[in-house]
Write a protein of this length. Structure first.
Length: 143
């Protein structure tokens, strides 16, 4: 993705907000610093017809949420899960502090996908939070 496109997502995040009549939701969080991402989605015939996010986090988290939700809107929910897995795999090659924000968005998606599947049999199924495994602290800051 080009820097100009990333800057657009930073200055004017897409899909930020709440879906009141959502079919599912998910929560990704960083237990080290309390940052959180919540995803909300409307699903019709297994397709993500609308998806929004809210975040308590840094600019990188907002950008990651904007890019991810833009990428999966209109996709089948299981195809979006495949994309989420690919992102997690790509993050393995990144420094922990660079991977943490994107991982938090993906973990919110994983939580949302599980909530969607759970709500197929129980409309009141609770949201299960997913914590990240990476740290957003630079190694020198940890010492």
């Amino acid at each position: 993705m080009e820097m100009a496109e990333i800057l657009k997502h930073m200055m004017e995040p897409r899909n930020y907000g709440i879906i009141e009549d959502r079919d599912c939701e998910g929560l990704g969080e960083n237990p080290q610093n309390g940052e959180k991402v919540v995803l909300y989605a409307k699903i019709e015939d297994e397709r993500i017809v609308d998806i929004k996010f809210q975040a308590i986090g840094c600019t990188s988290t907002i950008v990651a949420g904007s890019i991810f939700t833009d990428s999966v809107k209109g996709e089948l929910i299981n195809e979006a899960d495949i994309l989420a897995d690919k992102i997690l795999d790509m993050l393995k090659d990144k420094p922990s502090e660079e991977a943490a924000c994107s991982e938090m968005v993906v973990m919110a998606y994983k939580s949302m996908y599980q909530n969607y599947k759970d709500r197929l049999s129980d409309k009141n199924a609770p949201v299960i939070s997913q914590s990240i495994s990476y740290s957003c602290q630079i190694e020198e800051e940890k010492k």
